[in-house]
Design a protein around this ligand. Structure first.
Ligand code: NAD
Length: 272
């Protein structure tokens, strides 16, 4: 059906929506006709992100809320807000996550860095899944609006959950491995309720933070030499994959480690 909007009428929540992959996904969701609730621990950045969506898509229904995903009461309030406003929840993009600057190897990672990373990256994803499942169980198919029962939950892991990295970030890598394992089990447990779970595994993205850190040709090449495509990814390339996983176009895709990494994970030595 040409011109069909892939998320028309779907109610979608994005955590960590104040910037980066979350904001790009908000823009793609709005472009595809979704009703979008952006949330973030940073209330100022998420309000600004919602303004960006409204200015680019004046007809889109957009809302924003401050939410720390490591606090269950915040996560429940976020889901309740979407359901109270729009009557249902079809998609949750569990995107919020941190990589702490003091994250290190087994010897040098401090317990507080470990605990904070697991609280946001793992417990935050669990809370999101829990409250989204409770909401999605109430969904009824609505053929007129093109809505189905059940829903789609996309949890953000990382390529480092599949591969080890010699640049140590042990708490982060362990947290993303937990997201993969949790996503698989949830996909099995809730598949018959029509609720799909997939884990997005981004490769390294060209963000200001990463580029500021890789600020010499040697540091850059140390990373790029491993990527078959010879470049970093763009946040919008993740966002487009999330639209697919959120939409009914992926209706039989469940429990996957969905790698969007330019082929990094598949590579022993690159072509040149
Ligand atoms: P980002 O830092 O630009 O965005 C993350 C957002 O999460 C920020 O807006 C931040 O305020 C928010 N956030 C942090 N703690 C939070 C909390 N407790 N509750 C709610 N929101 C919180 O990062 P990004 O690059 O857009 O990353 C998004 C996701 O993608 C993360 O889960 C990250 O681990 C993952 N990822 C990123 C890359 C990359 O190269 N950028 C690679 C693999 C995986």
């Amino acid at each position: 059906m040409p011109g069909r909007l892939r998320l028309n009428n779907k109610v979608c929540i994005i955590t960590g929506g104040g910037g980066g992959i979350g904001l790009e996904t908000g823009l793609q969701f709005a472009a595809e006709g979704a009703r979008v609730l952006l949330s973030d621990i940073n209330g100022t950045s998420v309000a600004k992100a919602a303004e960006i969506l409204r200015s680019q898509f004046p007809d889109a229904e957009v809302d924003s809320v401050k939410c720390d995903v490591s606090k269950e009461a915040d996560v429940k309030a976020m889901v309740d807000r979407a359901v109270e406003k729009w009557g249902r929840l079809d998609v949750l993009f569990n995107n919020a996550g941190i990589m702490h600057s003091a994250d290190d190897d087994a010897i040098n990672t401090e317990e507080k860095v470990w605990d904070l990373t697991q609280a946001i990256n793992v417990k935050g994803v669990w809370y999101g899944c829990k409250h989204a499942v409770l909401a999605m169980r109430q969904n009824k198919a609505d053929e007129e609006k093109g809505l189905s029962a059940g829903g789609s939950i996309i949890n953000v892991a990382s390529f480092v959950a599949i591969m080890g990295a010699a640049t140590p970030q042990l708490a982060y890598t362990a947290s993303k491995g937990a997201v993969l394992a949790m996503t698989r089990e949830l996909a099995m447990v809730h598949g018959r309720e029509g609720i799909r779970f997939n884990a997005l595994c981004p490769g390294p993205i060209r963000t200001p933070l990463l580029m500021d850190y890789l600020n010499t040709p040697e540091l850059l090449n140390r990373r790029l030499v491993h990527n078959p495509m010879g470049r970093f990814g763009e946040a919008v390339e993740q966002a487009k994959a999330v639209v697919f996983l959120a939409s009914d176009d992926s209706s039989y895709i469940n429990g996957t480690d969905f790698l969007v990494d330019g082929g990094l994970h598949a590579c022993y030595v690159t072509a040149s």
